[in-house]
Design a binder for this molecule. Structure first.
Ligand code: SF4
Length: 323
């Protein structure tokens, strides 16, 4: 595996979080990188650290401000947990230095705990995400289902075996980088791979069939409507309440069910939005109301940068050229 680490040192992408060994900065980057590509994360990461340069600054922030900076990254429970965990870290006077204690913080799973423990503290835990599972499956030519917890556990053991005496943080980043840039899902670049000589799938010609992931949930198509209610250059938004769990605290265009007395008008168009296996098609329709209820407020376009605005509201307001 020394060839892998040498390759990483020579050719890794220069990403801002790679210049840091600060557990707080590594943690923020790892949480943002879950479900989001590195290039898309960079501006969010930089804005977030400009505003909250330390874990204490994040711990002292209002949830609404944290969510506003997160808007567009999706999966907002990540931002809530980050703030909650920052409160715990600040209260105990600093970041825990053991893997199990890091793993106990809200919103931190095995992968993130291992990434922080290995990169910031040099602890020998393999950080196993989808990229790493793919590399392990191919290197071993292993057709086990990577969606199964037992397979993931076994693959983690294999990766830890490869780590040997290499620096755990560098090794983990090298393996993730290989998965993200060379051992690609659809089109692995085996001719450029530092591990090609050891790779069983490459030798067997089976790389394109790996990894195996059995489908567990069928996609669901859902059609829904959002109402565009405007008055004097402002738009009406509704704050999602705790009943909306995932999006609680975010501002959204109202649905017809939330504004039953609204009179519907022109249809502006529609857009798609996917949340895990739910594929939504939202139609945006003009509407007029006499009265609104609790949780509703009027906003000018310039005010929208200051509030946590849901991704669907952002897409709808772009569609109608309000944003
Ligand atoms: Fe992936 Fe190909 Fe490298 Fe094997 S040789 S690890 S399949 S890129």
């Amino acid at each position: 595996m020394k060839a892998l680490v040498d390759w990483y040192r020579r050719s890794h992408r220069d990403l801002p979080w790679r210049r840091s060994a600060d557990p707080y900065q590594i943690w923020v980057s790892e949480i943002m990188l879950q479900q989001t590509r590195a290039q898309a994360v960079i501006p969010y990461y930089q804005r977030f650290l400009d505003r909250f340069p330390t874990v204490e600054a994040l711990a002292a922030a209002a949830e609404e401000e944290v969510l506003a900076l997160w808007a567009g990254l999706g999966y907002y429970s990540r931002a809530r947990n980050l703030r909650r965990a920052a409160g715990q870290v600040a209260a105990r006077g600093g970041f825990p230095r053991e893997h199990a204690a890091i793993r106990d913080l809200p919103g931190i799973g095995d992968y993130t705990a291992a990434a922080i423990a290995s990169i910031a503290f040099g602890l020998p835990h393999a950080a196993v995400d989808g990229n790493v599972l793919r590399v392990v499956a191919r290197m071993e030519n292993d057709f086990a289902d990577i969606g199964a917890p037992l397979t993931r556990q076994r693959f983690r053991g294999i990766a830890e075996g490869w780590m040997g005496r290499l620096h755990p943080g560098i090794f983990n980043q090298a393996l993730m980088e290989l998965g993200a840039t060379v051992c690609l899902p659809a089109n692995p670049q085996c001719s450029e791979c530092p591990l090609a000589r050891q790779c069983r799938a490459f030798q067997a010609g089976t790389a394109a069939q790996l990894p195996v992931k059995l489908r567990r949930t069928e996609p669901v198509a859902i059609a829904a409507e959002l109402l565009l209610v405007r008055r004097g250059g402002r738009v009406l938004l509704r704050r999602q309440d705790a009943g909306a769990r995932r999006m609680a605290g975010f501002w959204e265009l109202p649905s017809p069910e939330e504004l039953p007395a609204a009179r519907g008008g022109k249809i502006w168009g529609s857009f798609r939005h996917t949340i895990t296996h739910h594929h939504y098609t939202f139609t945006v329709r003009s509407a007029a109301v006499r009265r609104t209820g609790a949780n509703f407020r009027w906003f000018a376009a310039a005010e929208l940068a200051e509030i946590p605005l849901s991704t669907t509201a952002r897409k709808a307001l772009r569609l109608v050229r309000f944003l």
